[in-house]
Each structure stands twice: as C-alpha cells, then as structure tokens.
Design a binder for this molecule. Structure first.
Ligand SMILES: NC(=O)C1=CN([C@@H]2O[C@H](COP(=O)(O)OP(=O)(O)OC[C@H]3O[C@@H](n4cnc5c(N)ncnc54)[C@H](OP(=O)(O)O)[C@@H]3O)[C@@H](O)[C@H]2O)C=CC1
Ligand SMILES: O=C1O[C@H](COP(=O)(O)O)[C@@H](O)[C@H](O)[C@H]1O
Length: 488
C-alpha cells in the first residue's frame, strides 16, 4: 500500500474505543463511499488490544455492517485499514509508528487523531515529537484533539503549552462535533441569513433560552472513563452546550472565516457571568441516575454527575438579564437536543379569557433527532366566536428521504482539506473552562452525594430550582404543549 502525492494517512489513536467505533470509522466509510478519500489513503487504527491487520479488518467489517446502510463499498474501505498495537505510554510504540509511516510511504501528509482519554494527550504529543513524526519536512502533519481539551483550566493550559512546543496553531484541530452538526450550523443561517429574528433577538423580547441535550443511554460501557474523567458538566456542557449557547448569542461575524466566527463566539463566552458559587444550589443542579453506582468501572460512592443543569447570564448589551438554562443527562426519557427560545408576553392582553392569548411565543429549534424550526404563535380559532389558540408554524429543515450527513463526516473531511472554521480556538476553550470550573470545584468539595433520578425520567425534580421563583418550566420536546389546549 502506498500514499500518493496529495494523499495522507489517517492515524487514529483509540481506534478500538466507543467514539472510533460509532462515529469515526463510520464517517470515514461514508467519505470513502462518496469518493472523498483519495484512492491511496490509509487508515491506521492504534490501541492496546492485540489485533493484527487481518483481525482488525474483520473486526471493523463486522462493526460497520451493523452501523451503516449499504455495504457496496465495504471491501474497498476495509482494504484501507491497518492496525498497530501498543501502549501510548510506551516510547517503543512511537518508534514502531515511525517505522510504519516510513514503510507505507506516508511521509508526506499525516493526520493524527487523538480519540483517547485527555490525560494521554500530552504524552502522545511528546511521543510523536520525540521520533520526529510532527515535523513537516515535505508534507503536512495535523493533530485532531477530541474534547474535552484538558480536564479543567490548568490542565488545558498545560496541554496547550505542550502542543505549542511541537506544533504550529495551524496544525491543531480542536474538535467539538456539535459545531459540525448541520442543525447547529443552521443556527447561524437562521440568525444571519434572515432579517425577521434579529430585531427580536435581544433582552427586550426574549424572556429566556433553554438548551437541552438528553440521552436515553447510560454511560454505555464507558463507565471507567466517564466516572474518572467525565461527568455531565465536563462531558457535555463545557464543550457542546456552551458552543450552542455561543452560536445563539453571538453578534454577526464580519465574514464566514474561521477567525471571524471564533472572534464572536469567544466574546460571548467571555461575557458569561461567573456563577456565584455561594448560591450554587439555585444556579446549578447535579444528579446521578439510579443504578449508576452499580455499573462496572464506577468507583464506589462516586459523586460523578450523569445529569447537570445550569443557569447562566451573558453580561453584554444584547443579553443583559436574560437567563440561559442549560441541561444535559444520560438515562433520560428521550434522546433529543434542542433549543427553546421563550419570548416575552405581549404587553397588553387584548384577548384575555378567550383562549391562548396569554401564552408567550416560543421558537423551538430541534438539533436532533429532528432538525426542525418551529414558531409557536397565537391565532384565532375559525368560527363566529373570538377565541384564540396556539398554533405552530413549521419551518423544518430537511425533507423526508434527504440524507443527513453525520457531523464527523464534515469535520474529518475538513481536516483533510485544512479548513479550521469549524474547529475551536484555544481562547474559546479556556473561556469555557472558566465558566464551568468554579461549579465543578464547588461540587468536588461538596460532601453531599448528587441527587438521584430514575432511569427513563426527565431527571431530578430539583432541576426546576434553576428557574428560581419564576413560573418557567423545562420544555422536553418540540411538541407544542398548549396547542391542543388552545384547540379544545
Ligand atoms: N464516545 C463518544 O461518544 C465521544 C467521545 N469523545 C471523546 O473521545 C475520546 C475517546 O472517547 P471514547 O472512545 O468514548 O473512549 P473509550 O474508553 O471507549 O476508548 C478509549 C480508547 O483509548 C485506547 N487506549 C486507552 N488507553 C490507552 C493506552 N495507554 N495506549 C493506547 N491506547 C489506549 C483504548 O484502546 P485499547 O483498550 O485497545 O487500548 C480505546 O481505543 C475522549 O476524549 C472522549 O471525551 C468525544 C465525543 C463523543
Ligand atoms: O461528546 C459527547 O457526545 C455524545 C453525544 O453526542 P451526540 O452527537 O450523539 O449527541 C455523548 O454521548 C458523550 O458522552 C460525549 O462525550
């Protein structure tokens, strides 16, 4: 097998893991099917598990068959795969990798994808640098770094210092796959390709914003990693949910370039008011699903939260006084990511007592599974009487039958193309750590165990605490709760 002129090798550290199995290899397969991978691109999986090339190819084939639709291109894809067994903490592994790169004629362009636990990132970077694998002598070398970037602010800073010793910023791709989701990118299009929202998109008209990510699965075989290095705040809120918040709240960027987008996102993240940890119980809620403690790999008495809810304020001109409520959890009732924007009520209730007129307008944006945009408004019930009801205006994005590309497909291709627009800049990451670190620190000092919630529920009742004494409640789905009531 050889690599050609503009071709490259995709080296995946952690190829046997959950992320590589469920997202990276299927995404590379889709790119292969779409003809996006040059004919001689090779994909090297690395892990400690003792596969040979043949057993690895058989393993991936078996996994892909269950994960992707259609296998017409499977044989061709499988031919691209190779495997190198070894521990990332063993210097000998990097020597073997160096030899593999040389033997396979891939000296020109190599992508190193860190799909391992963040505590290995510094060691891998040093290991690659020590054998000269990060030097761009003829082609390019790119490093993709999975989230979370570090474990907290100090470890993110240490990681950045280590990366800077060996890599230029243009070689670093800090990935947050939510930014690669088409429905998340649609937030930008919705806001900045249309004029109808902009006049309302501020503290004068918006009462509050909810950002929800819920999953039905539990820690899904990742308990030992999740329990040690995860927790809902670090796993989801520090990265994905704060990115969604930044896209919702940012000012229009001057262009679509990577730097223009990142400039605006970072301004939002830096404007987030530090959470008052002396009032933590009303600003943040953490909980664990019942049964978590019994999962294999979870430390006895673990306080790691599988659910977190957080109230944040963006202290800038546009958003002063508008709460943003973020929540995420595993083992919940439904799998869904969505944004719910609640507008302020009409200043005068002209149709009081005649139906739904006192209800606020909502803009509901589905990220997944539905990539939908719906506006809840009040309208007259047809007929002789002046009665009102709430109805939904639906501007859903994809049509039935349209294939939705997975976020990783676009992101993995962007790395090949050298397009960093959808990857995070270091200052975005540090600003996000500054938001969540004080909360996580306060939780780590709290001797009380997290609250518990039943599997399959919507989390602890106490998650309503973040709403204070307002009448706000969490929206669990895109369905309009009051529409039927309005019709009755
Ligand atoms: N899973 C997901 O949905 C997502 C995960 N991420 C991030 O991706 C990264 C990986 O997550 P995930 O795949 O879930 O984790 P897993 O625990 O499932 O996989 C970890 C991988 O690392 C390998 N590994 C662990 N220690 C070593 C070592 N010393 N030397 C060599 N290989 C090692 C394991 O291989 P082996 O056992 O063969 O050594 C395995 O392939 C994390 O940073 C996570 O935050 C990001 C987004 C989504
Ligand atoms: O980064 C992560 O994301 C997944 C959820 O991703 P999605 O695209 O399926 O919504 C989450 O399960 C995982 O714990 C986390 O590390």
């Amino acid at each position: 097998m050889t690599c050609g002129n503009i071709s490259h090798a995709y080296v995946i550290f952690g190829a046997t893991g959950n992320l590589a199995t469920h997202k990276l290899l299927p995404a590379l397969y889709q790119l292969h099917c779409q003809g996006q991978l040059a004919a001689d691109v090779e994909i090297l999986g690395c892990g400690r598990s003792p596969f040979t090339q043949a057993t690895w190819q058989a393993e991936v084939r078996a996994k892909l068959v269950g994960l992707v639709e259609g296998d017409a291109h499977l044989d061709g894809f499988i031919q691209r795969l190779d495997y190198l067994a070894g521990s990332l903490t063993d210097p000998g592994f990097y020597q073997a990798l160096h030899t593999w790169v040389g033997d396979n004629g891939c000296e020109n362009n190599v992508i190193f994808y860190l799909s391992v636990s963040p505590d290995l990132y510094v060691g891998v970077t040093d290991g690659l640098a020590n054998v000269g694998l990060l030097q761009e002598t003829s082609g390019w070398r790119r490093m993709v770094i999975e989230k979370p970037f570090g474990y907290d602010l100090p470890s993110a800073q240490a990681l950045q210092r280590s990366l800077e010793q060996h890599l230029k910023e243009e070689q670093i791709y800090r990935i947050d796959h939510y930014v690669g989701k088409a429905s998340v990118q649609n937030l930008l299009v919705l806001r900045f390709a249309n004029v109808i929202l902009e006049p309302l998109w501020n503290r004068h008209y918006i009462d509050h914003v909810q950002i929800t990510h819920s999953e039905t699965v539990g820690v899904d075989g990742r308990a030992s990693y999740y329990d040690r290095s995860g927790g809902a705040m670090r796993d989801m809120i520090q990265s994905h949910l704060l990115q969604v918040l930044a896209l919702l709240a940012m000012e229009p960027p001057v262009s679509q370039t990577a730097e223009a987008l990142r400039d605006e996102k970072v301004k939002v993240l830096k404007s987030i008011r530090p959470v008052d940890v002396s009032q933590l119980a009303t600003h943040a809620v953490r909980a664990q699903y019942a049964g978590y403690q019994q999962e294999e790999g979870v430390t006895a008495g673990s306080h790691t939260e599988t659910y977190a809810a957080l109230q944040l304020y963006v202290d800038n001109w546009r958003w002063q006084g508008v709460p943003f409520y973020l929540r995420t959890g595993k083992g919940l009732a439904e799998k869904r990511s969505m944004v719910s924007v609640c507008f302020k009520p009409a200043p005068v209730s002209l149709f009081q007592g005649q139906g739904a007129s006192a209800l606020p307008n909502w803009l509901m944006i589905g990220i997944q599974p539905e990539d939908a945009v719906r506006m809840e408004i009040t309208a007259k019930v047809p007929g002789l009487e002046m009665r009102t009801r709430q109805i939904t205006m639906d501007a859903s994005v994809s049509s039935p039958g349209e294939r939705k590309a997975e976020a990783y497909e676009e992101l993995l291709l962007d790395v090949i193309k050298g397009d960093r627009a959808l990857f995070l800049r270091y200052d975005e990451v540090t600003a996000a750590w500054q938001v969540v670190d004080p909360v996580m620190q306060a939780w780590s000092l709290d001797e009380h165990p997290p609250l518990q919630y039943p599997l399959g529920s919507w989390g602890p009742k106490a998650a309503e605490r973040v709403f204070g004494d307002s009448l706000r409640v969490w929206r669990h789905s895109l369905a309009c709760n009051n529409c039927l009531a309005g019709k009755a």
